[in-house]
Design a protein around this ligand. Sequence first.
Ligand code: BES
Ligand code: MN
Ligand code: ZN
Length: 498
Amino acid sequence: MTAPKLALATTPVAQAPVDAIVVGTVQNGSGAALAAGADAVDEAFEGNLAEVLAALGATGKADEVVKVPTLGKLKARLVVAAGLGKPAEDGSITPEQVRRACGAAARALGSSKHVVNTLSTVDLQAAVEGTVLGAYAFSTYKSDAAGAELAKVDLAAPAEGSTKEHRATLKAATAIAEAVTTARDLVNTPPNDLYPASFAERATTLAKEAGLEVEVLDEKALRKAGFGGILGVGGGSTRQPRLVRITYKGAKARKRVALVGKGITFDTGGISIKPAPNMEVMSSDMGGAAAVIAAVVLAAKLKYPLHVTATVPMAENMPSGDAYRPGDVLTMYGGKTVEVLNTDAEGRLILSDAIVRAAEDAPDYLIETSTLTGAQPIALGNRTAGVMGSDEFRDRVAEIARATGEGGWAMPLPEELRADLDSRLADLANVTGHRWGGMLAAGIFLREFVPAGLPWAHIDIAGPSYNVGGPYGYTHKGGTGVPVRTIAAVLADIAENG
Ligand code: BES
Ligand code: MN
Ligand code: ZN
C-alpha cells in the first residue's frame, strides 16, 4: 500500500478543492458539539452544522463517523464528522482521542481521494499519525487491489507555532506512523512468505535503505557461536533460524540502547503442539521482532542522539523428526542450560540467547518485546501490554506506553515464582508446571539472562500486537504495529533525559 501524501493546508478550508473535509465532534450531554477547527465549515452551513449533525443522529462518541453532503455550500462535496468522545472536565482533548478520530475518519472516507483534515488544529502530530494509520491497508495478496485510495491529505495548521515547527512535526509524525505500517506489513505477511531467511532479508533491506549496519547469522554461524536456544527452537523446521543485528550509531550519542524482539515466524507449539482452532494467528508471533526492526530504522530517520542495536532472533517452531523435544536440555548462548518441559514455551528460549548477545555490547538500557504468553491478554486484555523488568525503567516504559496511546501496565516479577523454574537436570526449566502468573513466570525466566544492574524492560504484547476483533480508531484487523510508538517514545525520552 502507498501511504497518502500529507501536507500542511495552504488554502482556507472553505475554498479547498478537495473531496471531503474532516471535522471533529465531541460528546456534549446527549448530542454532538463541534470541536475546534470546524468554524469555517460551520460558517458555510450558516452556523447550523451541529443541528444538521444532530438531525443525522450524531452523538460525538468515539469511532462515530457521520457524513454530510455540502450541496454546494463548500467546494468539497462532503463533510466527514468524526467523534472524539468526551472532553476532559477542562474541555481538553487527548492526543489519543484525535488519533482515533482521524483514524476512524480515514477508514470511512470511501472514494474520497483528496481531503482536508481540521483536527490537526487540535493536535497536528496525533492527526498525522491517526490519518496515516487509519488509511493503512494490506492488499499485497488481493488480486483486485483497492480501486480508490486516499491519495492526499491537507492538514489545517494549528494556531500556535511557526510553519517551520509545523513542518518538522509533520515530518516526524509521518516517519513514526510509517514505522508502524512497516511493522504491520511484516506481521501481516503470511508465514509461507515470511520465514527466518526471508524475514532476515527484509530486515536487511530496511536497514540498508536507512544506511545502517546489518549482521545476519545463519544456522552455521549460530552453531559456531553456540546459540543453543535459537537452534533448539528452530531445528524442527526445514527453514533454518537466523539472528539479525541492526545497528544505528547516532552522532553525539548520549546512551546505548539494546532492543530485542521475538521473531517466531510461525508457532505451531512444536512437539507440544497447539490445538488447531485459531492457530493461524501464530503467524503474528514475530510482532516483537517487527517492532524493534521498525524502531531502529526510525531512530536513524529521526536522528536520535543514541546508539541503538536491534538483536532479532528468528525461527519457525515446527514439529518434525528434527524438532527439539520436551525433556531436551539446551545449552544457551553464554553457557546456561535449560531443560525444555514444553516446546511451546519457545519465545523465552530464543530471546534469552538474544538478550545475552545484546548485553555483550554493554548497553545502558535493554528493551525487549515479544508475543510471549497467552497469559498476557488473560491478565490485561487485548489492548494493554504487560511491562515487566527492573523497577524504575519498567515504570518509566509503562507510563510512556500509556502516553503514546498504545497502552501498557507495570506488572511484578514475584519472587516465589522463581523456584518453580528450578530444573531437576539443568540450571533452569522453561516452564513452571502450573498456570499461575504465566506472564510473570516468563518475565522471571528472561530475568535470569539479564546482567545484574542493567535497567531493562520486557513488554509482553501477545494481545495488543495483533487485532483479532473488528477495526476501531486507527487500528485495523491484523497487525497493529504495537509497540513501535512506545519504543520510539522511550528512545526519544532517553535521548532527552538520559
Ligand atoms: N506465542 C505464544 C504466546 C501467544 C499466545 C501469543 C496467544 C499470542 C497469542 C507462546 O509461544 C506460547 O505458546 N506460550 C505458551 C507458554 C506456555 C506453554 C507456558 C502459552 O502462553 O500458552
Ligand atoms: Mn509457543
Ligand atoms: Zn510463541
